[in-house]
Design a protein around this ligand. Sequence first.
Ligand SMILES: [Zn+2]
Ligand SMILES: [Zn+2]
Ligand SMILES: [Zn+2]
Length: 284
Amino acid sequence: MKLHYWGTGAAEGIPSAFCNCKVCQEAREKGGRYVRGRSQVMIDDELLVDFGADTYQNSLKAGYNLSQLGDVLITHTHEDHYYPQELHNRQKGFCYDMEYPAITLHGSSNIVEKYYDYMAGNGQYLLDQGRVVLSVMKPYEKYKIGNFKVIPLPATHGTVSPFVYVISKNGKTIFYLNDSGVLKQPVVDWLAKSGIKFDLVSYDCTMGMMDTYHDWGENASHMGLPSVIMMRDKLKAAGVYKDDTVDIVTHFSHNGPEVGYGDFKPLAEKEGFILAYDGYKIEI
Ligand SMILES: [Zn+2]
Ligand SMILES: [Zn+2]
Ligand SMILES: [Zn+2]
């Protein structure tokens, strides 16, 4: 599987639109890997995880033709991950010759509820035209989506029914784990019994060096590196790690301590994590 991180920032991105803090100043000065758009990842040019407001610009930067996209996994309905308003541009008369007549958004039932909210009562016509399909999944069930097998699991995050995803193809399995705080024990217990082994785990590291689990409590919606390490220890104890499982951290906010790319890279690498950046690619 090939992962292409189109965006690696939290809701406000880095620099945050209206912010002039040190992290945001540095990002504006240095550019490149210091700048982070809203998080999403493309897998094998076939399956996009999350559909935030940066999707269109990210597709241009990635050289990806969105007319060839058929399936999107939605982790949850915060606007940095779910921006169905873009789909007005998929209506009849606005686009032609797509590979798939409909783009299918897969997620929890909350994607349907929030679809109508975000579209301000003007979204049904896209479903009626067959240009958009909303596909509701249940946690712990297995789904075949294109060439992938996907299992949604409950995230720990402040929206209704947020998911993290186990995604498999051709004998490789990844665990895409944002937005989320430390997963609840029943989720870890389910994984321990599943027989699943991960080739790659991609963690939410929104808050940089903050220990969100201990500072904010077990319902914290995000992690920082100390909580990520705690989550990794839980997954290792559950037996879902291999000797060579790749660890990645992503989804950064300027609110986290030492979160600037240059400051955070050595801290992440010291603990065995790859620090993702916008445009980062890895093949497993
Ligand atoms: Zn987010
Ligand atoms: Zn800032
Ligand atoms: Zn969120």
